[in-house]
Design a protein around this ligand. Structure first.
Ligand code: GZL
Length: 359
C-alpha cells in the first residue's frame, strides 16, 4: 500500500501517548525546557495529540513534509533502564524537531497495547515503526500488517521468537542477552571460587532478554561449574518490587544461599533490600550480580552491597533514528545492530566511573 498521507505528529515528550485510546497516560521525566519545546511543537502540529490520544490526532496531507516520522511503541516504565531508553529517545527527538517527528505510546507493559499502538501508527502512515517486543511471541499478525503497509519495523532492546520468521521485521538494535548471561556466570564462578548455591531472579516471562540471559547463565554454569548449584529460579518481572518480594521468599525457603543472579539491576536493588531485612550483608554474605548497568547498581557496587553489573546500554536513540532515516531512504541495514557493552566488577567501579555514567 502506497502511503499517501503522513499524520502530523507532535513530539510527545511531555506526554506519553496511550495508543490504546482511553488508557492511562503517563508522563516521562523531562525538564521544563524540554516540555516547553514539546508543547510548542504540539501546539504547532495538532492540539488533539497533546491531549495524549493518537486516535484523535488530525490527519493531514503529507505533501512537502519531508521529516522522518517515527512511531515508537514503548513497553512501559517497569525499570530505571526502560525510563533511560525512553528519555534518550524523547530527548533526541526534541533536539531534532526540524527533521524528526516522534509519536510515542506507552503500552503500560501490555502486549495488546503495543499492538494497538502499532496499528495506530500504520493508520497514521508513519515512515518507520520502532518497538521493544514485551514478549517474544504473538507478533505475526500485526507485523504482517506493517509489511502490507510497506512500513519498515525496527525492534529495539528485545527480539521476537526466531521461529516466527526474521522477515517479519527489518532490523533489531539490541545487546546480546545470551552473552550477558554468560558474563554473569563467569563472574559468579570467580566470586564463589567455583562452588556454592545460587538463586536466580528472572525477567518478564517470555521476554527475549529474560529467556536469553537465563540461557547464557544456566548453560555456562551447567557446562563449567559442577560445584555451583542453582537452587531456584523465578520471575521478578524486571521490577524492583517483585525482585524484593521473590528474594524474600527465597531467603525464607533456603538458608544456604551464597549468591543471586538478577536478570536486571532493578531486581538486584530489590534483592539487596530483602537481604538486609533478613539480617544478612548483601555483596558479602550473598553475592549479587545484575544486568543493565544503571547508576543505582554502580552506587551499590561502590558501597560494597553488589558485586557486578553487566552493561546493556539503553542509549540507543541516535542509532534508532539514523537507522530509521536509512530505511526511509530505501537503504539496507544489518539484521542485527548489536550494542557494545561492558562488565563492571567492583575493581572497575570508582566514584569517577559512577559520576560519569550516562544513565
Ligand atoms: C534489555 C531490556 C530489559 C532490561 C530491563 O534490553 O529489554 O527490559 O534489562 C527492562 O531493565 O525492563
Amino acid at each position: 500500500m502506497k502511503k499517501t498521507l503522513v499524520l502530523l505528529t507532535s513530539l510527545t515528550m511531555a506526554f506519553a501517548l496511550t495508543a490504546c485510546g482511553g488508557g492511562d497516560t503517563s508522563t516521562s521525566a523531562t525538564s521544563a525546557a524540554q516540555t516547553e519545546a514539546v508543547q510548542t511543537e504540539a501546539a504547532q502540529t495538532g492540539a488533539a495529540q497533546a491531549e495524549g490520544n493518537t486516535e484523535a490526532a488530525p490527519k493531514a496531507d503529507a505533501s512537502g513534509n519531508d521529516k522522518l516520522v517515527v512511531g515508537f511503541a514503548q513497553i512501559g516504565q517497569e525499570s530505571g533502564w526502560r525510563d533511560a531508553e525512553t528519555n534518550d529517545v524523547q530527548w533526541y527527538a526534541a533536539r531534532n524537531t526540524d527533521t524528526i517527528e516522534l509519536s510515542f505510546a506507552d503500552a503500560q507493559q501490555k502486549q495488546e497495547n503495543q499492538i494497538k499502538a502499532i496499528r495506530n501508527f500504520i493508520e497514521m502512515g508513519v515512515d518507520v515503526i520502532v518497538f521493544p517486543p514485551v514478549v517474544e511471541t504473538g507478533w505475526e499478525a500485526v507485523l504482517t500488517e506493517c509489511q502490507e503497509a510497506d512500513i519498515p519495523v525496527i525492534l529495539v532492546d528485545r527480539g521476537i521468537d526466531p521461529s516466527a520468521g526474521e522477515d517479519l521485521y527489518t532490523t533489531m538494535i539490541a545487546s546480546d542477552h545470551v552473552w550477558a548471561g554468560e558474563q554473569a556466570a563467569i563472574v559468579m564462578d570467580e566470586l564463589l571460587g567455583g562452588q556454592g548455591k545460587v538463586v536466580e531472579l528472572e525477567g518478564t516471562v517470555g521476554a527475549s532478554a529474560a529467556v536469553q540471559r537465563k540461557k547464557g547463565f544456566d548453560e555456562y554454569i551447567a557446562a563449567n561449574c559442577p560445584d555451583i548449584e542453582i537452587l531456584d529460579s523465578q520471575t521478578g518481572d524486571f521490577t524492583r518490587a517483585m525482585g524484593k518480594e521473590v528474594m524474600e521468599s527465597f531467603l525464607k525457603t533456603y538458608d544456604d544461599i551464597d549468591a543471586v543472579f538478577c536478570h536486571n539491576d532493578d531486581m538486584a536493588l530489590g534483592a539487596i533490600e530483602a537481604i538486609k531485612e533478613a539480617g544478612k550483608k548483601p555483596g558479602e554474605d550473598v553475592k549479587i550480580i545484575g544486568v543493565d548497568g544503571v547508576k543505582g547498581a554502580f552506587e551499590a557496587i561502590l558501597a560494597g552491597e553488589m558485586n557486578c553489573t553487566v552493561e546493556c546500554t539503553p542509549i540507543l536513540a541516535e542509532q534508532i533514528f539514523d537507522t530509521a532515516a536509512k530505511l526511509k531512504n530505501g537503504e539496507t541495514v544489518d539484521k542485527w545492530i548489536m550494542s557494545a557493552d561492558g562488565v563492571y566488577t567492583a575493581d572497575k567501579v570508582t566514584q569517577e566511573v559512577v559520576d560519569g555514567r550516562q544513565y
